[in-house]
Design a protein around this ligand. Structure first.
Ligand code: NAD
Length: 326
């Protein structure tokens, strides 16, 4: 039986990845500071602990795993990453995790390590026009990410690539673009736009109002969690190192995203634009490279994933606050 280690298995993508690896027949060990918040872990073994500690990392990587997935990071949505308040923690904590895990994997002679980088590594200067952002993989340099989160990801990408070059480690690097879906953070400050907007819509009475940060004309694309896991496993099991985008090319403005969620909810709400952290003006995945290398692209439109996500967030709101206003 193949063995996999998932670092960050208590988080959104990690918990979904564990489920999928179990379906694929793996024995799975999960590691995180916390258990998954919304459903029991399906990992065969789950170790709670802090991956910033090198001794803990060595303890966790105590056998020759066939595959290691490193998803642990100190991260969140715009309200966490773009305020500037968490920059030191984001850089220090995530870099420590990556330094330690890579070293522990090297000592155990682990051959295959997956790293989740981010679209946030792309330079701000290519993402000023909301209608025409550039996020092809080679455009990452000259580097100019607009957040320290992006800089840490870029540094870590380079470190994984250096282990590949110097030590022959088979690393696989994905640059995720806004992954969303059920069982993701939906309140508390680390939630991302789709979950935050689902929550706002679910909590608003019909005919009421929701707030959006900025003018809502900033654009993004969003990839449903199941598609993200499929793309990640295909990359891991291919002979292509990356870095490569894993995202959707269906670009929408935040106003359009809100509109879609209102339609799903069957509510008419007005939008109030308020100042808030926003990130770049435009961003979209460029899927040419992943299609060329792996023949993979997302299979479903944004609306389908949003329907699942809205229903799930609505249930959470109801469970937390009683009935949702209608
Ligand atoms: P998440 O915050 O839900 O999961 C990250 C997990 O890492 C959390 O459960 C957290 O507790 C854990 N963690 C943090 N510090 C730790 C430590 N010191 N020791 C052990 N565990 C620790 O985030 P996610 O959305 O599941 O993202 C997973 C990965 O994908 C992250 O590396 C993230 O940067 C990357 N990514 C995500 C997105 C997205 O849209 N969700 C986009 C781009 C990149």
């Amino acid at each position: 039986m193949k063995k996999a280690l998932v670092c960050g298995a208590g988080g959104f993508i990690g918990a979904h990845l564990v489920k999928r690896l179990k379906k694929e027949g793996f024995w799975v060990r999960g590691v995180d500071l916390k258990y998954p918040e919304f459903a029991p872990t399906q990992a065969d073994d789950f170790i709670l602990g802090d991956l910033r500690d090198p001794y803990f990392c060595r303890h966790v990587v105590d056998m020759r795993f066939d595959e290691v997935y490193q998803l642990a990071a100190d991260m969140g949505g715009a309200g966490f990453v773009f305020t500037g308040e968490h920059d030191a923690d984001i850089m220090h904590n995530s870099a420590m995790i990556n330094l330690n895990i890579l070293d522990a994997c090297y000592r155990r002679n682990i051959k295959r390590v997956f790293y989740s980088s981010s679209a946030c590594i792309y330079p701000e200067y290519n993402q000023m026009d909301p209608d025409n952002p550039k996020c092809s993989e080679e455009s990452a340099y000259p580097a100019a990410p607009d957040s320290e989160y992006g800089w840490e990801k870029l540094f870590s990408e380079r470190m994984y690539l250096a282990y590949h070059r110097n030590y022959g480690m088979e690393v696989r690097i994905a640059r995720y673009h806004n992954i969303f879906g059920p069982e993701g953070t939906w309140q508390g400050g680390r939630e991302k736009a789709p979950a935050a907007l689902c929550r706002k819509v679910a909590m608003a009475p019909d005919g009421g109002e929701i707030e959006i940060w900025g003018d809502g004309k900033q654009t993004r694309s969003f990839l449903y969690i199941d598609e993200c896991i499929e793309g990640s496993l295909r990359l891991m099991h291919s002979d292509f190192t990356g870095p490569v985008n894993i995202g959707s090319e269906e670009m929408v403005s935040i106003n359009q995203l809100a509109q879609m969620i209102m339609e799903i909810a069957g509510k008419r709400l007005s939008i109030r634009h308020v100042p808030g952290p926003q990130g770049v003006r435009g961003r979209n995945s460029d899927n040419r490279l992943i299609y060329e290398k792996l023949g993979w692209k997302p299979t479903q439109p944004l609306r389908v994933g949003l329907e699942f996500t809205y229903r799930w967030v609505e249930e959470q709101v109801r469970a937390a606050y009683g009935t949702t206003p209608s």
